[in-house]
Design a binder for this molecule. Structure first.
Ligand SMILES: *Cc1c(COP(=O)(O)O)cnc(C)c1O
Length: 512
């Protein structure tokens, strides 16, 4: 298989300044309706150095730039742990309905009943999907949901006078946001190693809560399926160990794509979890756009949820009953839905009602698929990951759990020889027209390549991607230089990503 060279990431585009032609215009100003008045001498205008172009050139310039970007709409985007699935246009249509789009954030509940009803229904749907007693839609991202979860655990222990419970156990395969969240919440993160199967090392876990150590345990944060793409088979025992020691269990539920409609974390005994609505429920993740990290809580923590949350009017706003329990009927003429603050709430995470348009998209997605459809989506996500893993297993073996099915993603440890590293494979994939998978994560896998194909890709796409990976493995034998210099067809190739993030050049300076 030859690299097709059809990448849209072609040559460099000149800046609008370079395309500028003196005197060219792209706007038609409305006719002056008042008398022309000279500008007072004390307000002189300096000549601005702006490019001069016609409208078509400007449109083509920006459209051309947009085509240089990788996107789910354009290419396969198997970025592990990000669930870059195709986002149905229906959801966009729903989010742009003018009743939602134009609603004022300060409108009183009586004037935003539709919005509150949508939030309430979404909360209920997410509760049904996860088996939790309460849900708050305040969080703007997965990491913010995590922060809420850990603050809720802290508040719970404080409410019982157990202020010495400050240690949070985190498996070494966890997402980097987990330990960061703990430090932000003023707690101490403690790493638990993985065993040889990629699960939590049970002896290390027991040891971490043994004897006097139990009294300082706040809880455990765990991702299941973990970042190796494996279901934690000891999860029930892990939760029992933590509960026995007086700790609570937080589930990083960013990756519900393998479990929707199959396993409910609430039923497993998790005390809280967040969901990334902008991964699993089809708003794109990773573009830096708005997200929504719904926070879910079981009976123990529901009262501590961030608020406000939507509730039917007339329900008693106490405890888990507030989240769908039966209460007295609202008095005649009262709005059907209202916003309430959970009784022991850790407070607000975000202004107004969170990132509302993401909530609309998630709700539209859930309604479109329904319960059985969501389950089928999860089953296909798992099937696709396993099929792809099988197609590339000879050159891209999975160091953990190779004898078990993976969940919605898998983490391979390629070893192509000739000094070829994972970064070279990732860069070469761009030449083949594919977005590279997640690389060098999780840290416990050397040269990790973490692939999440998602349920929305066809068999042909999966096979084409496997073909590219296997062709790259061939190229590593016949001409490793080709890989080391990749990508070959993009305006820029290998960036100093740290400098690009920390010192971005956002301003055009002539002559640079
Ligand atoms: C994506 C992800 C997060 C963080 O979500 P953000 O919305 O990017 O903050 C946390 N944990 C896991 C496992 C994830 O995949």
């Amino acid at each position: 298989m030859n690299a097709p060279h059809t990448s849209p990431l072609v040559a460099e585009t000149p800046s609008l300044f370079e395309e500028s032609v003196p005197g060219r215009r792209g706007v038609t100003l409305p006719r002056l309706e008042v008398d022309e008045t000279p500008i007072p001498k004390e307000l002189p205008r300096t000549e601005l150095d702006l490019p001069e172009l016609d409208e078509a050139s400007v449109v083509r310039h920006f459209t051309g730039l947009s085509h240089k970007n990788f996107s789910v709409d354009g290419q396969f985007y198997p970025l592990g742990s990000c669930t870059m699935k195709y986002n149905p246009r229906m959801n966009e249509e729903a989010a742009s309905l003018s009743g939602f789009r134009r609603s004022h954030p300060l409108a009183p509940p009586a004037h935003s009943q539709g919005n509150l009803e949508l939030m309430y229904r979404l909360q209920e749907a997410l509760k049904a999907l996860t088996g939790f007693a309460g849900c708050s839609l305040q969080g703007a991202a997965g990491a913010q949901g995590e922060l809420a979860g850990v603050l809720m655990i802290r508040a719970y222990h404080q409410s019982r006078g157990e202020t010495g419970r400050t240690r949070v156990l985190i498996p070494d395969s966890a997402h980097g946001t987990n330990p960061a969240t703990c430090s932000m919440a003023g707690l101490t993160a403690e790493t638990i190693p993985s065993d040889k199967d990629g699960g939590v090392d049970m002896d290390a876990l027991e040891e971490a809560v043994s004897g006097g150590k139990a009294a300082t345990l706040a809880g455990l944060m765990i991702t299941n399926p973990g970042t190796l793409g494996l279901f934690e088979k000891n999860i029930l025992e892990i939760i029992r160990v933590i509960h026995r020691a007086g700790g609570l269990v937080y589930g990083d539920g960013a990756n519900m794509n393998a479990l929707m409609g199959i396993v409910k974390p609430g039923d497993l005994g998790f005390d809280a979890a967040h969901l990334n609505l902008h991964k699993t429920f089809s708003t794109p993740h990773g573009g830096g756009g708005p997200g929504a990290g719904a926070v879910m809580a079981g009976e123990t923590l529901a009262d501590f949820l961030p608020g406000p949350v939507a509730a039917p009017a007339g329900r008693v706003p106490l405890g888990p009953a507030a989240f769908g329990g039966t209460g007295e009927a609202p008095p005649e003429g009262t709005p059907a839905y209202r916003l309430i603050r959970p009784p022991a709430s850790i407070g607000r995470l975000k202004s107004f009602n969170g990132n509302f348009s993401v909530l609309v998209r998630a709700y539209a997605y859930i309604l479109t698929l329904g319960g059985p459809g969501l389950r089928r989506a999860a089953e296909h996500a798992v099937l696709h990951a396993n099929y792809l893993r099988h197609l590339v297993k000879d050159r891209y073996p999975t160091p953990y759990g190779a004898d078990r099915p993976c969940m919605h993603e898998f983490t391979a440890a390629p070893s192509l020889g000739n000094g070829v590293h994972t970064i070279d494979i990732a860069k070469r994939l761009i030449d083949y027209g594919f977005h590279p998978p997640t690389v060098y994560f999780p840290l416990i896998v050397k040269e990790a390549l973490m692939v999440e194909p998602t349920e929305t890709e066809s068999k042909e796409t999966l096979e084409a991607f496997a073909g590219a990976l296997n062709a790259i493995a061939e190229e590593a034998q016949t001409g490793a230089e080709l890989l080391k210099e990749a990508p070959h067809h993009t305006p820029v190739g290998r960036l100093d990503e740290t400098a690009a993030a920390r010192n971005p050049v956002l301003r055009y300076t002539p002559g640079t």
